[in-house]
Design a protein around this ligand. Structure first.
Ligand code: NAD
Length: 288
């Protein structure tokens, strides 16, 4: 079997088209949605991520403002800025780019952002809503992007065995909750660094979500024939030309899977599309 590709770039572009018309309706009735991105320090990868988010805003017609805080800022500087942005009626979404310098309490900062402006979907209220089965609010972007990719295959997940490798607050755990929700109805297993017999778990899974950050940790032979594979991992490795990005799943897994996401061009672009979706949704609930 040669897997069909779940093309995150193409799917993301379709989502952007739909968002563009929602934004233009908002512009004619009130104003454009407004996303504020805050970045602390000069981590090069974070600056690339922020630039990509700003470009997406531009494509869709979302106004974006960026605050660059110097690397020697302190928690209180960021706290005052967030308080200001929380109170600003002209701001619909607030995103603080992770990682923050180690002196910051990142979770504390997340908890300070007003839940209805938390376009990353990381506030405990937004994460907690998923547990209660409410999926109409600010969903964390990577997990909701994963769900949109699965939906795009047209495959029913009801009763299917889904394995999520990784249990992080922002990817693995919410992805597992979304897969298990009523209406999706997968039977979910969460594997993590202390899990045993990962190979057996993988071989038994109809849906495999790999979100660890270890290049090629899932060998092709572990993928069940006909499985759906979502590779969340982004790993920069050395290659002939310098370096390249690869996922957590061996590229050869497409010989076994029915559907697979590429890296790059899979989950990455979908994460940005979901951020844009949250921003438009936040603005609509404030202005419409
Ligand atoms: P994390 O480091 O917070 O979590 C990694 C998880 O992997 C942990 O829960 C850990 O228990 C688990 N793990 C570690 N070793 C393991 C092992 N040997 N077997 C099974 N599980 C193991 O990482 P994260 O933020 O969840 O990100 C995971 C990966 O996804 C990274 O490569 C990250 O770059 C990527 N990512 C991609 C996007 C995207 O948009 N494509 C977004 C977020 C994260």
């Amino acid at each position: 079997m040669v897997a069909r590709i779940i093309d995150g770039k193409r799917l993301g572009a379709e989502i952007e088209e739909e968002l563009k018309s929602r934004v233009s309706r908002m512009v004619s009735s009130s104003r454009a949605p407004h996303l504020v991105v805050v970045i602390v320090g000069d981590d090069p990868a974070s600056h690339v991520y922020v630039r990509n988010k700003e470009r997406a805003c531009k494509r869709i017609g979302i106004r974006s403002t960026r605050y660059d805080l110097p690397g020697d800022s302190v928690q209180d500087d960021l706290v005052s800025l967030i308080q200001e942005l929380n109170d600003d009626q002209d701001v619909d979404g607030i995103l603080v780019q992770s990682p923050l310098p180690s002196s910051f309490d990142e979770i504390g900062i997340t908890e300070m952002i007003r839940p209805d402006k938390d376009v990353d979907g990381f506030h405990p209220i937004n994460l907690g809503r998923i547990v209660t089965g409410k999926t109409d609010g600010m969903l964390p972007c990577t997990p909701s992007g994963i769900m949109r990719m699965l939906e795009s295959t047209g495959e029913s997940l009801a009763g299917k065995k889904a394995l999520v490798i990784g249990r992080s607050r922002i990817v693995g755990m919410p992805a597992a909750l979304l897969l298990a929700q009523r209406g999706i109805d997968a039977t979910v297993t969460i594997a993590h660094s202390r899990s045993k017999e990962l190979e057996l778990l993988c071989r038994d899974s109809d849906v495999l979500i790999a979100a660890v950050g270890r290049p090629g940790m899932v060998p092709r032979e572990w993928v069940k024939d006909g499985a759906i594979v979502i590779d969340v991992g982004i790993n920069r490795v050395k290659s002939e030309g310098g370096s390249k990005l690869i996922g957590d799943v061996d590229e050869g897994a497409s010989e076994y899977a029915k559907w697979i996401t590429p890296v790059p061009g899979g989950v990455g672009p979908m994460t940005i599309s979901m951020l844009m979706t949250n921003t438009v949704r936040a603005a609509e609930s404030r202005l419409c």
